[in-house]
Design a protein around this ligand. Structure first.
Ligand code: BGC
Length: 507
């Protein structure tokens, strides 16, 4: 079997290595560098280079492929807008957000942001002018892992309790306009079929959450009941996906036209402003604004065009939702570390990367985090010292050659490049759908802003650079629109508070 084939999705894991590997490992641990080990490592690097080459090919995202991927995305968008279940990939969920913040929002609002392993509670005082936030405080809390796979009641009691104790720290000077009752937005970053701007049914969980008894029920009611149990008076005025919060925050902050909100963090997703009359499945009167924000849930895009490798297959198989969220598993932060680990483990076992030493921990799931991959990828030192340090700290690989470190760096680079470029193809698909691509007439360009948030986009600079340049490549040099990716920091939380303000029950 050709190696390229082996690196594609047909790979089956190797049997556990035998005593040969252990012997080499022991020798190296004692610091004895014998001739045989040196010879092995020479051969190893050739084999590793070969695997690397094949892995690069399997993950490649040349421009024509990106165009095809974005066309496939557009195709699924149309299908998803036509009827519920019209696309088995993109849910294209109407959000009931017909008006984005105008900038005139004013007063004290809270927000709860639940979307990953941490959640945040926020308090913001809006000033009434574009981008004016008079004060802002937040508290971030890690979700105990058992609550991520437990019952809805336990999860929401925990969240409501944290919100309630945060409300208790409110300064007297921050008078709420509604007396004792506080209003809060709820950024809930999982697929939800909304039934109004402040209610919606959980479709399923992603990103490692699996709270089965909450599925099929109104998420706001579950949260609101938990708030009542806490004895506090807090009303949830808006339920928003984190992408929608990010889009709302973008509209509030940036003067240019913000049309898309996109998250690339633990998970990934995008929403955008659609012409309401094109949403065929919408059965209610058309909104006065003529527009509607659509939550695509693009993480579940599963085009066969996506360049998947053996590592993607294993990661998918071992996840809590096998077969789902392919796009998310290829481009977002929750999975990047694990994909890189599988590739390195295979290289260590099959091609004797690290001279035949296979660190036991490298074979253990989830031992390489995306932040460590980001760090290694961003290493620009001539001798790749950061890569060396991560390999030593995480896997106890005491010594590595520059050649080996380059291979590790390249694996991180290949994955970062693939993720950034595929994300750009997704965004280009949306721009195409809303008519913001094509060539400029008379050389004049209009501007479109994409509000971005998420740890991977914010902190993984090489990924962001790949994404930006792929988007430019896709748009072309004579494009009618200049597209800017703008970081809308803490987009989801602030955006949820803003949408609570614009849907306030008290103003
Ligand atoms: C969820 C989306 C969310 C995205 C980013 C995905 O796993 O399904 O609703 O917007 O993560 O947080």
């Amino acid at each position: 079997m050709a190696i390229g084939y082996a690196l594609g999705v047909q790979y089956s894991p190797l049997p556990v290595c035998g005593s040969g590997r252990v012997r080499t490992q022991c020798r190296q641990r004692r610091g004895v560098v014998s001739m045989s080990v040196q010879k092995t490592s020479k051969k190893a690097s050739l084999a590793a280079e070969k695997l690397l080459h094949e892995f690069r090919e399997a993950s490649a995202t040349p421009l024509p492929l990106l165009h095809q991927v974005s066309d496939a995305m557009v195709h699924e968008m149309y299908a998803g807008l036509s009827s519920d279940g019209g696309s088995d990939q993109l849910k294209m969920l109407p959000t009931y957000v017909e008006n984005l913040p105008s900038g005139k929002e004013k007063g004290l609002f809270y927000a709860v942001d639940l979307g990953g392993t941490n959640f945040r509670v926020l308090r913001v005082q809006l000033g009434g002018k574009t981008g004016e936030i008079l004060s802002q405080e937040f508290k971030e809390v890690a979700i105990p892992p058992e609550l991520m796979v437990g019952t809805g009641k336990d999860l929401f009691d925990f969240i409501a309790g944290t919100l309630a104790s945060f409300v208790d720290t409110e300064d007297d000077s921050l008078k709420s306009h509604s007396g004792e009752v506080r209003e809060s937005g709820f950024a809930f970053s999982f697929p939800v079929r909304q039934t109004s701007v402040k209610s919606g049914i959980v479709i399923h969980w992603t990103k490692g959450f699996k709270v089965d008894d909450a599925v099929g029920k109104d998420i706001v009611k579950q949260f609101q009941d938990a708030i009542s149990r806490s004895g506090h008076q807090i009303t949830i005025s808006a339920l928003v996906n984190d992408t929608v919060g990010t889009l709302a925050g973008g509209r509030f902050n940036f003067e240019e036209e913000t049309m898309i909100g996109c998250i690339i963090g633990t998970g990934t997703n995008a929403c955008y402003v659609e012409r309401a009359d094109t949403v065929q499945k919408w059965e209610h009167p058309l909104p006065k604004s003529g527009e509607m924000v659509i939550n695509m849930e693009w993480g579940n895009f599963r085009s066969p065009l996506l360049p998947r490798t053996f590592a993607d297959e294993i990661v998918d198989r071992n996840s809590v939702n096998p077969g789902d969220q392919w796009f998310e598993k290829m481009i977002s932060g929750m999975y990047l570390g694990e994909i890189v680990r599988h590739v390195l483990a295979r290289m260590a076992e099959e091609a004797k990367l690290f001279g035949g030493y296979v660190p036991v921990k490298l074979l253990e799931p989830l031992t390489l985090g995306t932040p460590q991959v980001s760090k290694m990828h961003a290493d620009t030192s001539p001798d790749l010292q950061v890569v060396a340090k991560v390999l030593k700290d995480v896997y106890g690989v005491e010594t590595t050659t520059l050649e080996e470190r380059k291979i590790v760096h390249d694996v991180c680079d290949i994955m970062g490049e693939r993720g950034g470029r595929l994300a750009a193809a997704g965004l280009y698909g949306i721009l195409k759908k809303i008519g913001r691509t094509g060539k400029a007439e008379n050389g004049s360009k209009k501007k479109t802003v994409i509000a971005m948030d998420g740890g991977l986009f914010e902190h993984h600079e090489p990924y962001r650079t790949y994404m930006e340049s792929a988007l430019q490549e896709l748009m072309g040099s004579d494009a009618a629109y200049e597209v800017a990716l703008r970081l809308q920091n803490d987009g989801s939380g602030i955006g949820a508070a803003l949408l609570a303000a614009s849907h306030s029950q008290f103003t």
